[in-house]
Design a protein around this ligand. Structure first.
Ligand SMILES: [Ca+2]
Ligand SMILES: [Ca+2]
Length: 219
């Protein structure tokens, strides 16, 4: 696996990122998913961090997201938190949608070869982290897959995604201004193979790390 980017905001700032837009923050409050810090954004503003990584035609993005705010009361795009691009061309936008009373959905918008919106209804709780993983394949028979907490929820396959040469920019935060609330992002990884949620790490991988640590302790 080639890991293009891996950051959980533990620098306490955005120094690992290429830049920021608006006023996102790195905070040590509100229970980060992992470590001490995570990104915090106001979801009625457009404010996010972004990274430019080595262009690839096979791109996986894994992150953790949570949101806290009042139910907007009607159909609303609540929060768009992930945008994958080639330079400034949108490839994928992912967000949280309030579809009806008590109905919350992941909105999965894929842009190549033309825009398609797909929705996945799930049990959503405010102030709770969810693991999301995206797969994008640039090919004449291209593909998009989306996984929530490690389970495939949506896909779009067999479509020509060669209008771009690959993906090389990731934005996370409040990538589009939406409903008032607070959003958090943590544990962001970009790679060319499945990353999985942190809790999904296989037993063999865990044993590998355990044995390395054990050897170190024993000297
Ligand atoms: Ca963190
Ligand atoms: Ca802010």
């Amino acid at each position: 696996m080639v890991e293009h980017f891996n950051n959980g905001f533990e620098e306490s700032d955005f120094s690992a990122w290429t830049g920021t837009v608006g006023a996102p923050a790195v905070v040590n409050t509100s229970n980060p998913h992992h470590g001490t810090y995570h990104e915090e954004v106001d979801t009625n503003n457009t404010e996010y961090c972004h990274v430019t990584f080595t262009e690839d035609q096979t791109v996986y993005v894994r992150l953790e997201f949570k949101w806290d705010g009042s139910d907007p009361g009607n159909w609303q795009n609540v929060w768009s938190f992930l945008t994958l691009l080639k330079t400034a061309t949108n490839i994928v936008i992912i967000g949280l949608l309030r579809a009806g009373t008590g109905v919350w959905q992941i909105r999965f918008t894929t842009f190549l070869p033309g825009q398609v919106d797909q929705y996945h209804t799930f049990t959503f709780s405010v102030d709770t982290y969810y693991c999301l993983e995206l797969y994008f394949l640039r090919n004449v028979a291209g593909a998009y897959y989306l996984y929530l907490d490690g389970v495939e929820i949506l896909s779009r396959v067999g479509v020509d995604t060669t209008a771009v040469s690959g993906a090389d920019v990731l934005r996370v935060g409040a990538t589009v201004s939406r409903v008032a609330g607070t959003g958090w992002i943590d544990c962001v990884v970009v790679a060319d193979a499945r990353i999985y949620c942190e809790s999904d790490v296989s037993i063999p991988v865990m044993m590998h790390h355990y044995n390395r640590i054990y050897k170190k302790i024993r000297g």
